[in-house]
Design a protein around this ligand. Structure first.
Ligand code: IMP
Length: 195
């Protein structure tokens, strides 16, 4: 089996990527590699942060490292929360706080609901400290005013992808993992990794 390190401590991202890659890969993440540093995400774009994370981890891990930098862009907020999605409310990964802040901002922004938005995911594959491939995935949809569904993570309960009635929190993991921003980036990353 081939080894792949996902440069994240986010168990949801790892689970989704593991399900997308299938059984040929032994997938681990930074929770089982305390020797691998998690760098400051100082980039101003998803792609830049994806490169920073993949390259930092691949300086200490031998083999391919895959990173995922992702987030939600809402048109009525000029693209926010964007690269700040994980720490929108101030504390990294405070998902409930982030959703509450998003609702406050949207209810006072003056634009009518539902609000046009997209999830974006930049992925980088690195080896020996160098990025060797980059991928981009996105899924268009709308943000609604009330949370629906308990599945997924982050902003899932507020996002309805185009062509569906349910939020990512209501749709099954199988459906989300076929059409999400992460799935679309991973389709390309998977083709590269399987070469
Ligand atoms: P990152 O770890 O810096 O890439 O930040 C990712 C953040 O974007 C997460 O903490 C979530 O708030 C949001 N996000 C990314 N992908 C998803 C998703 O698939 N569903 C819901 N929220 C997501």
């Amino acid at each position: 089996m081939r080894r792949l390190l996902i440069a994240t401590k986010n168990a949801h991202k790892t689970a989704e990527i593991r399900a997308m890659l299938g059984a040929d890969w032994e997938v681990s993440d930074l929770t089982s590699h305390p020797e691998v540093p998690a760098p400051e995400e100082t980039g101003t774009t998803f792609a830049e942060n994806a490169r920073i994370k993949a390259e930092a981890a691949s300086r200490v891990f031998s083999g391919f490292v895959l990173s995922d930098d992702s987030g939600l862009e809402v048109d009525a907020l000029g693209g926010d929360p964007g690269v700040q999605s994980a720490l929108y409310a101030g504390t990294h990964g405070d998902n409930a706080g982030n959703r509450a802040k998003l609702m406050r901002e949207l209810r006072t922004c003056g634009a009518p609901q539902p609000w046009r938005a997209r999830f974006r995911c930049a992925m980088a594959v690195a080896e020996n400290g160098r990025t060797v491939a980059e991928f981009d995935g996105r899924v268009e949809g709308q943000v609604i005013a009330e949370e629906r569904g308990a599945g997924g993570f982050g902003y899932d309960a507020l996002f309805v992808p185009d062509g569906y009635e349910g939020t990512f929190g209501e749709l099954s993991a199988e459906v989300k993992n076929k059409l999400s921003h992460r799935a679309r980036a991973m389709e390309q990353a998977g083709r590269f990794l399987k070469k």
